[in-house]
Design a protein around this ligand. Structure first.
Ligand code: ADP
Ligand code: ASP
Ligand code: MG
Length: 418
């Protein structure tokens, strides 16, 4: 039997009625002749609630126990989905990560897949089961501890199963009917795309578009999984939603195909750092060791008078997620105290956001940056830091202008029109 993977996110399984609605979609695919692997998220809000429980219990919590707690929401929805399908006379059972087993690394709360053996689930399909309902987001380490894959990780579970079982397709059912030119919650002008290239979706996801977890796009690209995003609340058929595909399968080509944002960024500047070989390494080494995910970096060279001569100094600015600021500050203060680096001041701005435009057409088009900066300037949005790659341009701006900036860029690049 051909295998289909269907993933239902938190809002799609938020209560019993929605689980039933999702089960109807599964039933329709079983009727089409598929063996279905259903990946479920926790009911919406549950994972956040559990993260709160952990943080309320222990400040410097044991990451293994964090995973044991926050993975539990998926166990509930997997069992409930299996029960609902059984009520519809569809032979189904639930699988927790360790039962499959979904083998992962031991990097708790950001574990990666090591292997997903097919044997146990295939044996059940051979026995006549039509559906395997698998708890998303979780796995088991070599030490036998429960692991999780990072927030939004059920998307990645789904793609990994699609790859492991050579599924015909991996359908990600969610609360929007596809991938849009930008988050439809930010502007009603956002337009649904029929297709998007893996590379573009990878950038959009890593720049903040949480419709797919970044890692899921990476895996789909590597294992050539046919990945589709579609609505769990609407009637859907084989043409619904947005297909994430290879570049050469695209129908339309635009210079910019989407705008992404990441709200919770921080900007930190080390003021008057001595400018000498090795200084960047002396700064970013300790930050990496402290687990700070540094994103954009800017260095401004200047000079400083010391007595009768001037020395070269630099201001080093970098951005990181706002919830890592305390860790970054601690790492820098320790590096200064131990004489690894010297600086006059550490200036922290926790009120910034990152807005990015993405498109593979940028590779062969000049002027995208100029157009982006002109659009922001017209709205009087000040740019604090700029970062570019082959297919994206990102700017760091005051968080209060984030939505305005997304809308302005969406307009400037004509994204509302096909
Ligand atoms: P789920 O719980 O189903 O995993 P998520 O909340 O993780 O759903 O992802 C879906 C949400 O992603 C949408 O509700 C939407 O607000 C947001 N989103 C951000 N960027 C985009 C985009 N470019 N296209 C569609 N949705 C987007
Ligand atoms: N429940 C997990 C989360 O909220 C995983 C997921 O929904 O994909 O992050
Ligand atoms: Mg999600």
């Amino acid at each position: 039997m051909p295998v289909l993977v269907m993933k239902f996110g938190g809002t799609s399984v938020a209560d019993l009625a929605r689980i039933e609605n999702a089960a109807q979609k599964v039933k329709a695919e079983v009727a089409r002749g598929y063996d279905v692997i259903v990946i479920v998220s926790a009911m919406s809000g549950e994972t956040n609630k559990m993260v709160g429980f952990v943080e309320g219990t222990s400040k410097l919590y044991d990451a293994r126990e964090y995973d044991a707690v926050v993975s539990s929401g998926e166990n509930v929805t997997a069992g409930l989905m299996a029960l609902r399908l059984q009520e519809m006379d569809i032979p189904a059972r639930s699988w927790q990560g360790w039962q499959v087993p979904i083998n992962t690394t031991s990097a708790h709360s950001s574990a990666r897949f090591v292997s997903i053996p097919r044997d146990n689930i295939e044996a059940k399909f051979k026995e006549g089961f039509k559906v395997a309902v698998v708890a998303g987001f979780q796995g088991v380490s070599a030490e036998g501890r429960i692991t999780t894959l990072g927030r939004g990780g059920s998307d990645t579970t789904a793609v990994a199963f699609a790859a492991a079982f050579d599924a015909e397709r991996c359908d990600i059912y969610t609360d929007v009917d596809g991938i849009y030119t930008t988050d439809p919650r930010i502007t009603s002008k956002a337009r649904k795309l029929d297709r998007i290239a893996f590379e573009e979706m990878l950038e959009l996801a890593s720049l903040g578009a949480k419709v797919l977890q970044t890692r899921s796009v990476e895996l789909a690209m590597r294992y050539k999984v046919r990945l589709r995003v579609l609505s769990s609340f609407e009637e859907t058929d084989e043409n619904s939603g947005t297909l994430v595909c290879d570049e050469d399968e695209l129908m339309e080509s635009k210079v910019v195909s989407g705008v992404a944002y990441s709200r919770d960024e921080a900007k930190m500047t080390l003021v008057t750092v001595e400018d000498r070989p090795g200084v960047a390494s002396a700064i970013f080494g300790p930050l990496a060791e402290a687990g700070v995910n540094v994103d954009m970096i800017v260095q401004n060279i200047s000079e400083k008078d010391v007595g009768d001569r001037t020395v070269a100094v630099t201001d080093m600015t970098f951005s990181c997620p706002v919830n890592q600021v305390a860790r970054a500050q601690k790492a820098m203060e320790e590096a200064r105290a131990s004489g690894v680096i010297s600086y006059d001041d550490l200036v922290v701005d926790t009120e910034v956001a990152k807005v990015s435009v993405v498109g593979i057409g940028m590779r062969s088009h000049a002027g995208v940056a100029a157009k982006m900066f002109a659009a922001l300037s017209k709205e009087n949005v000040n740019i604090k830091v700029i970062g570019t790659s082959e297919i994206k341009i990102s700017v760091l701006i005051d968080r209060k202008y984030m939505e305005l900036a997304v809308q302005a860029l969406h307009d400037a690049f004509g994204l509302e029109k096909a």
